[in-house]
Design a binder for this molecule. Structure first.
Ligand SMILES: [Zn+2]
Length: 463
């Protein structure tokens, strides 16, 4: 984003407010207050979101790209959306990478023998069939690894990085294997990226660098990472045996799954919202991100049930392959190249469906002013806070082309406790909080789809 003068920003805001008050001085919030209250009241009487997420995640389990479970889930969503009376229900084909975990284990062999719960990182290569047994060298940061590079050669490097925030700490998961290989390590372990642990390992994506030797990489638990660190500090020699059989298979077909309420006056103009239908191959992908798909889907169903037919089309999408490729978001952009300019707004829920707080917004100042006015309709459920920020990985490719983007913000206290683990199951989610997410998504999508004027788009200078 380039800097703009504050005068331009102020002018844009004035224009935005004027644009949002075209009818007899009423603000967009005033005009939609009655509809918004109807939507919220109806959403809060309803616990079908929680029930549907339970049905989906317990019928099919987790949904990694390339698995029959993902494609069966997509078939099921298509059938159910048709039953719900949504229009233009379909899957749009996308080719996705296929990573297979295989069998894997990590065992402490010195100073004593103990199995350590672990999860290979998505995209990792295998160890040789007999595993890798080597001394472990523990560091807390990339800087420490660089400073002590000589001690890492020939060893398994363990990054014991304490959780600060996801964006910062996830760097060790994403780039640890490359950094360790650059100093001659034979494998890389990372402390699971979480602020809280019950000795549960967390998987997630990682990447290699084509110029650096590929080494196998896995996450161990916070407890075991800290223990190995303390053993090292006490001068113990630590040896670990890491065995992994992960492999990449050729790309396979998957689909972005979607359904619509077709607009009554401007059917070619679209508000798109949803989450990603794929998940990691652990747990049941309830909060990451089955919940995101289901709250948008239930929001559309609710509008349909209330007979609220917006001027523009509202499209709910379950994007595929967010977790280990992002091909769904890219494929959506490519399939809709000709009508990206007709996308008024893209909303994603991919931070769990806990108590909603509002949205983070990506786009022009003028559009943000209007979104803030609409969000006041959500103040009665404390979900009206609009802050600047990213909208989401799956809508990112069209937001980059100028489509205004919103990411649902929720109470994030517990999300990373369960994120990418066997514990990502529906019991941690609350039916009432999910209903609040449905209300929040439905009000925002409906008002933007129905208000007479389009949301101002970002120009090249504002994105
Ligand atoms: Zn996600």
């Amino acid at each position: 984003m380039r800097l703009r003068s504050s005068a331009t920003t102020a002018l844009a805001a004035v224009i935005a407010i004027a644009a949002a008050r075209p009818l007899s001085g009423q603000s967009v919030a005033d005009r939609y207050r009655a509809d918004a209250n109807r939507i919220i009241d109806a959403a809060l009487k309803d616990s079908t979101a929680w029930n549907r997420l339970g049905e989906m995640t317990e019928k099919f389990g987790n949904r990694l790209s390339g698995t029959p479970a993902l494609e069966q889930t997509i078939d099921w969503v298509i059938a159910k959306m048709k039953e719900d009376g949504l229009q233009n229900v379909r899957g749009e084909r996308v080719m996705v990478p296929v990573w297979v975990r295989g069998t894997e284990s990590a065992q402490l062999v010195s100073p004593r023998v103990q199995n350590m719960p672990m999860l290979g990182l998505g995209g990792s290569i295998a160890t040789p069939p007999g595993g890798i047994t080597a001394d472990v060298f523990v560091v807390s940061t990339f800087t420490e690894l660089t400073q002590k590079a000589a001690q890492a050669r020939g060893k398994i490097v363990l990054f014991d990085a304490p959780f600060t925030n996801y964006g910062e700490t996830v760097q060790y998961r994403a780039r640890g294997a490359v950094a360790a290989a650059q100093v001659g390590a034979v494998a890389a372990l990372v402390r699971s990226v979480t602020p809280f642990s019950m000795r549960t390992p967390h998987t997630g994506g990682m990447s290699y660098d084509s110029t650096v030797q590929r080494i196998p990489t896995a996450a161990i638990t916070v407890e075991d990472a800290q223990m190995l660190h303390r053993l090292q500090d006490r001068g113990e020699r630590i040896r670990v045996k890491l065995t992994m059989s992960a492999r990449m298979l050729p790309d396979a077909p998957s689909r972005n799954v979607m359904g619509e309420i077709v607009g009554s006056e401007k059917p070619d103009e679209v508000v798109v919202f949803g989450g990603h239908i794929d998940s990691w191959d652990v747990g049941r992908g309830a909060m990451d991100d089955g919940g995101g798909v289901v709250v948008a889907w239930e929001a559309v169903k609710l509008l349909h049930r209330l007979g609220l037919k917006p001027r523009r089309t509202i499209r709910v999408v379950g994007w595929t392959n967010e977790e280990n490729g992002g091909r769904g978001g890219q494929g959506y952009r490519d399939a809709h190249k000709a009508d990206v300019d007709k996308h008024m707004l893209a909303i994603e829920s991919d931070g769990g469906v806990f108590k909603p707080q509002g949205f983070s917004f990506a786009g022009s100042d003028a559009a943000m002013e209007i979104v803030k006015q609409i969000a006041t309709l959500l103040d009665r459920i404390q979900a009206g806070a609009i802050v600047r920020g990213g909208a989401g990985a799956d809508v990112g490719p069209i937001v980059a082309l100028g489509v205004p983007g919103l990411g649902l913000n929720v109470d994030g206290t517990k999300y990373f406790w369960y994120h990418h683990t066997e514990a990502d199951t529906i019991e941690k989610l609350d039916a009432h909080e999910m209903a609040l997410c449905v209300a929040t998504m439905a009000v925002m999508a409906y008002v933007v789809a129905d208000m007479p004027e389009p949301l101002p788009r970002a120009t090249a200078a504002t994105r």
